[in-house]
Design a protein around this ligand. Structure first.
Ligand code: C2O
Ligand code: CU
Length: 484
């Protein structure tokens, strides 16, 4: 093949990022056509604005061959369309709700102003037939996602979620980019959605995992890979409860990104593990010895602390083509600079994820408080101030795992279960195994308002494991004198 032809092909299939050097080969022709998600149409002529319509409505989708399932969708697809912009762009979303119930959209991991955050603490739900316009700047490059924040266990479980990719035009990574959204859905025998509260309290307490696992909304799509040439997989776990551990046997798997963009240095890993709502970016390279057909598999992360890995089942069929002598572009040893952390004299905020008995029913709670969506959002037990930096110490006092999520502010993990976190990176969601303590450091930039934090097993959030952090302007901070 003529290298110039390969170059041209690379330009047509890769969405963005730095120009590919001519000497590197691309992926096989139509490598991602069965799996790639549609892009939302940009209505704005301004190159620095992504302006899209999102319409939430019910739609018949063929998730399984020959069976139509009525799903809850954004723009008729599950997942919703890919929102792709570059760092610093403004995102404008004209949202309309054609669902049978109220909803909102939360921009998970994006550092939006509080009033754009979509949680019930900051926004009145968008009623059926009504519209709302979200508009904010995308300050960070990375892989994020969007989903409802009202009755979210049900609405996410029914199919409402979609990916956001914010590109850094100066990214040091050169590789073909693939956005992969993992989820699952629970169907009745007739192929229709099972009720979101099936098995009642037990479903909430143990979390509901749908038996049909979806990769970009499909049961087992096919992907083509060129041996020796990395693909950049941006993986999002959008399931309401399920954890995913992806394995591509024989592949070299190097983590380069996390919840909010690149990590400090590349990390070689045996598998790709994501608790619900976490994101990861990996360079995935298959060797020449894998040419032919193989498949990527998934297992469950260890939510109940049993200590052994679960069974691995196929999730993507992979067709591997020969390398034809192609040379991958080298991965830099440092991906992103991080400033020195100064932890001296930082205040420590103590949070306990636990259980609480109310009228003989066991709820899940944060510091003993059970939060329900209908609760008045003004009852703020957790207060912080703009400009401050704090350490959070979050204890999981229960017997199963909880992926902890903080809205609005990315944090850096210091340690988990006493073990130092292996790499510097920005996180907004992290799994805390049973009995363990997570410590992270967070700074509040100038976005005062009400920010939720909760377990991202949405069934657990529903059972009360949510709370609100009120970030107040610095000038409202009581002085040391007033404290006495
Ligand atoms: Cu992904 Cu509070 O949300
Ligand atoms: Cu939980």
């Amino acid at each position: 093949m003529h290298p110039g032809w390969l170059f041209g092909l690379a330009l047509t299939v890769s969405c963005s990022g730095p120009a590919r050097p001519e000497e590197t080969a691309s992926q096989p022709e139509r490598w991602d056509e069965q799996i790639a998600l549609p892009l939302a149409e940009d209505l704005s002529a301004d190159p620095n604005v992504l302006e899209v319509m999102l319409d939430a409505h019910l739609e018949q989708l063929e998730l399984q061959e020959g069976v139509l399932t009525e799903m809850w969708t954004y723009n008729g697809g599950v997942p919703g369309p890919l929102l792709r912009a570059k760092q610093g762009d403004r995102l404008i979303v004209h949202f309309s709700n054609h669902l049978p119930e109220p909803t909102t959209i939360h921009w998970h991991g994006v550092r939006v102003p509080a009033e754009m955050d979509g949680s019930h603490a900051v926004q009145n739900p968008v009623q059926p037939g009504e519209t709302f316009t979200y508009s904010f700047v995308l300050p960070d490059a990375g892989t994020f996602w969007y989903h409802p924040h009202i009755n979210s266990a049900a609405q996410v479980g029914y199919g409402l979620y979609g990916p956001i990719v914010v590109d850094d035009p100066a990214s040091p990574i050169v590789a073909d980019d693939l956005v992969l959204v993992l989820s699952d859905v629970s169907l009745e025998e007739d192929g229709q959605l099972a009720s979101s509260d099936e098995s009642g309290w037990f479903g909430d307490y143990f979390g509901r995992e749908g038996a049909l696992v979806l990769m970009n909304g499909k049961a087992r799509p096919t992907l083509k890979m060129r041996a020796g040439i990395p693909q950049r997989w941006r993986v999002i776990n959008a399931a309401r409860t399920r954890f995913f551990e992806l394995v591509l046997p024989t592949a070299q798997v190097t983590r380069i990104g996390g919840d909010a963009g690149l990590i400090e240095t590349p990390q070689d890993q045996a598998s790709m593990l994501l608790a619900t709502s976490e994101r990861g970016e990996w360079l995935v390279t298959v060797p020449d010895s894998s040419v032919g057909r193989t498949y990527a598999t998934f297992g469950d992360g260890d939510r109940f602390g049993l200590g052994f890995p679960s069974e691995q089942l196929p999730i993507i069929d992979v067709e591997v083509l020969g390398s034809e002598g192609a040379q991958p572009y080298p991965v830099p040893s440092q991906l992103r600079p991080f400033a020195e952390l100064d932890l001296a004299n930082l205040p420590v905020r103590q949070i306990e994820l636990g259980e609480q008995l109310v009228d003989d029913v066991t709820y899940l709670a944060i510091n003993g408080e059970v939060h329900q969506e209908g609760d008045h959002a003004g009852a703020h037990t957790h207060v912080a101030y703009v400009g401050d930096t704090e350490i959070w110490e979050v204890l999981n006092a229960t017997e199963f795992a909880h992926p902890f999520h903080l809205h609005g502010f990315a944090f850096e993990i210091l340690d988990l279960g006493g073990a130092p976190w292996p790499v510097r990176e920005w996180k907004d969601s992290v799994n805390i195994p049973p009995g363990e303590v997570l410590r992270f450091v967070v700074s509040y930039d100038d976005r005062p308002g009400l920010w939720m934090f909760h377990c991202h097993i949405l069934d657990h959030a529903e059972l009360g494991m949510m709370a609100v952090l009120e970030v107040r302007p610095q000038d409202e901070k009581p002085s040391a004198h007033e404290n006495h």
